[in-house]
Design a protein around this ligand. Structure first.
Ligand code: FAD
Length: 279
């Protein structure tokens, strides 16, 4: 869906069981009513969900929506990636989210690609302009980056290698996003940098995940969420207020759209989307 030139999109992960796949179809049916510009589907590093990613993307396409598979390169060979790209081309897919990925702990070897910039370069060399390529961006700095400057240099490398646009890691502090966008602009980066939006379904899960991926939960949000304990309804209501407020700030500014991490659940994303008046 677009409002002017802004793009509003959704993200899913591949279901692991037939029951989860069926549940996801039901959730997607509800989310399809929001008319997202595209729906992306994550990819397990090392290829663990490769088939699941493709199957889910094809289902999304058959439901009349644009599907965009994520493709991570860590642990892969050029030959593996070439085969996946060929599979996607045959299926008529034109949009990818190109990532390095994280190997599950205990997995050895990084394969033939070290960084996402190398993957983007490879995709362009192999397939020219066939794919629209999104890459990841980190307003609060990737946890393994040596410095914020290094991380920005890396982001520029991905754009210079041929990425068309970016989706950010989620964040709850709009200033971090504006600062990143301004810093990117001073480096001559002019592609759309779309904020990734994480609806808050469960505070304990969000806190665990945020620690791992380097996203900061501001103290005022953390303390308020902690005070609700097991009161799921209050967590949900407060989370919706926080995320809607963040989205409003981003849309009042220059954000070129929003990308919602749905966690395969329709209700929170739908509520925020409707409160923003996007539906
Ligand atoms: C929108 C989005 C979608 C995602 N989807 C998935 C998914 O589907 N599957 C999945 O497994 N993961 C996914 N992730 C997580 C992502 O794979 C991890 O954050 C991963 O650790 C980094 O991936 P990247 O593509 O950003 O890596 P890169 O851009 O390669 O960066 C990784 C790190 O290396 C550093 N770096 C890069 N180049 C150099 C260099 N030349 N020299 C020194 N340091 C360098 C960077 O600063 C950064 O710290 C997603 C993340 C986002 C934001």
């Amino acid at each position: 869906m677009s409002e002017g030139k802004r793009l509003f999109s959704l993200e899913f992960f591949p279901p692991r069981t037939p029951e989860a796949a069926q549940k996801l179809r039901v959730e997607r049916r509800q989310l399809a009513q929001l008319k997202p510009a595209f729906c992306s589907v994550t990819f397990g590093a090392g290829g663990s969900t490769r088939e699941g990613t493709l199957t889910t993307v094809l289902e999304i396409r058959d439901e009349g929506l644009n599907g965009a598979p994520h493709l991570s390169c860590i642990g892969s060979t050029r030959e593996n990636i070439r085969a996946v790209l060929a599979q996607y081309r045959v299926a008529g897919i034109r949009h990818l989210v190109a990532l390095r990925g994280d190997l599950p702990s205990g997995t050895a070897g990084v394969g033939e690609f070290r960084y996402a910039s190398e993957l983007v370069e490879f995709i362009r060399d192999e397939t020219g302009d066939w794919f629209h390529i999104d890459v990841a961006a980190y307003p609060e700095v990737h946890p393994q980056a040596r410095s914020a400057q290094d991380d920005l240099d890396n982001f520029k490398r991905k754009i210079d290698a041929g990425a068309d646009s970016a989706i950010t890691q989620y964040f709850f502090n709009a200033d971090a996003y504006w600062h990143f966008v301004d810093a990117a602009a001073t480096r001559g980066i002019d592609v759309p940098i779309v904020p990734g939006i994480m609806p808050i379904a469960s505070f304990s899960k969000l806190a665990r995940f945020s620690d791992a991926c380097g996203a900061e939960i501001p103290r005022w949000i953390r303390r308020q969420m902690e005070s609700y304990g097991d009161d799921v309804a209050s967590v949900r209501a407060f989370g919706i207020d926080v995320v809607t407020g963040l989205c409003e700030k981003l849309l009042e500014g220059r954000a070129p759209g929003l990308h919602f991490y749905t966690l395969n659940q329709a209700s929170l994303t739908t509520t925020v989307w409707q409160r923003l008046g996007l539906a």
